[in-house]
Design a protein around this ligand. Structure first.
Ligand code: BGC
Length: 408
């Protein structure tokens, strides 16, 4: 089905194993900082720069939070020219540079160029989302007979973890760099009761950039009290390049026979409806814009797409969730995940009020998000896969964004 398959090593490696290996490499890496060994640097400067010589990572200051915490910006590069900039504030991806079919490199993610933008107001540009990705109805849920009240930050509902979710905290960051892979291990301890959620949650999110143009997200969490968890990543993409207009001509394939329709406040009704014969049928690649103004009640409610898709899968492990082809640049993005669902959000709430990087004004549909996740409002929906995490269990999830190009 797919032109691109995640490298076998990544596909077969269990997230927890990768974690151990990463931890091991971090220990050795902290001894040498994040630069390459001196002998490599000398070799690189003595010869004409090669792609391999540029495969490295660096870190720099990215400003200070209102409480005085200094945050950093990390740059990850691979030999094919892919470059990812990410800050430990919210784990936000601020830039994602990817080659097009002619080798031209563009930044394909929306965002701000400085920390201030993210601090002032951000629709979760590029950030880690937690404790609970997407909405929890009426800002509450019950677990083991107890009711937990959360802050309502989206009408009557809780969105993306509450008022101060994981997108707005400073994560501890440990860079690593080893053969064919480089990345950052982000860790954060969310206190018992933070944003109303029970249990001290120890969270680890690892970003890995491979030599095969894969960006891998590994999520782990443990708790000391029963709780609910649903972590995701909220990057907005425009594969033609940030600021190059809307994404309506991008061709999208979603590997889902069903989706979860929503009520007027974007809470799932509980139904898992067939996509057949609806604007939600992306089983064959279809332009995002082809049916985005259709006279379909679900499209009208959301002002476009803002829905969870029930991914087709037979068993556990990584499945291809989506493929996006941008015809002009030839850039292709594929999403693989261990999650049961994916939120396709077509940037409906971008309304021109945000001016981001390089003066780019973000208007409706100028970016899209593919957020791999458990279904919205699962804590209140007994028929959905459970998001409950109990002491002694480990939350573990992996998503791969794989970039390539196509010719037609
Ligand atoms: C949600 C949208 C929300 C957006 C915030 C998406 O994950 O589904 O409804 O507006 O995040 O930027």
């Amino acid at each position: 089905m797919s032109a691109f398959v995640p490298s076998e090593r990544i596909k077969n490696m269990q997230p927890y194993r990768l974690g151990f290996i990463i931890l091991g490499s971090v220990l050795s890496l902290t001894m040498i900082g994040c630069s390459k060994p001196a002998s490599d640097e000398a070799a690189a400067s003595a010869t004409a720069p090669t792609a391999e010589a540029n495969a490295t990572m660096s870190r720099e200051p990215f400003g200070t939070l209102p409480d005085g915490t200094a945050v950093e910006l990390f740059t990850l590069r691979n030999p094919s020219g892919m470059e990812v900039k990410v800050t430990n504030y919210g784990g936000i991806i601020t830039e994602l540079k990817v080659p097009d079919r002619n080798g031209n490199i563009d930044d394909i993610t929306l965002g701000y160029s400085s920390l201030d933008g993210y601090l002032e107001s951000s629709p979760y540009f590029g950030a880690i989302i937690g404790r609970y990705g997407n909405r929890i109805a009426n800002a509450q849920f019950q677990l083991d007979g107890k009711t937990y009240k959360l802050p309502a930050n989206d009408g009557p509902n809780t969105l993306h973890g509450g008022v101060k979710g994981f997108d707005k905290v400073a994560w501890h960051a440990e860079p690593f760099d080893r053969d064919g892979e480089r990345g950052i291990i982000f860790t954060y301890t969310s206190a018992d009761g933070e944003e109303g959620f029970p249990g001290t949650l120890e969270v680890r999110v690892t970003y890995t950039l491979t030599d095969n143009n894969e960006l891998i997200f590994d999520y782990h969490a443990t708790t000391d009290k029963p709780t609910v968890v649903n972590l995701t990543q909220h990057a907005y993409f425009n594969l033609a390049g940030d600021g190059s207009g809307d994404v309506l001509e991008h061709e999208l394939m979603i590997n889902a026979d069903r989706y979860t329709p929503v009520d007027a406040t974007l809470i799932p009704t509980g139904e898992m409806a067939s996509v057949e014969g609806t604007p939600f049928d992306f089983r064959q690649p279809t332009a995002i814009g082809a049916r985005i103004n259709a006279a379909h009640q679900q499209i009208k409610i959301a002002g476009g797409y803002d829905h969870n898709f029930v991914l087709n899968r037979s068993g556990e492990g990584l499945v291809l969730a989506a493929r996006v082809d941008e015809p002009k640049s030839g850039r292709r993005m594929e999403v693989y995940t261990t999650e049961p669902g994916m939120q396709f959000y077509s940037g409906n709430f971008l309304d021109g009020s945000i001016t981001g990087k390089n003066g780019h004004v973000y208007t409706k549909h100028s970016g899209f998000c593919l957020e791999t996740q458990h279904y919205p409002d699962s804590p209140n929906q007994p028929s959905f896969p459970s998001t409950v995490l109990r002491p002694g269990e480990t939350y573990s999830s992996r998503t791969v964004y794989a970039f390539s190009t196509f010719d037609r």
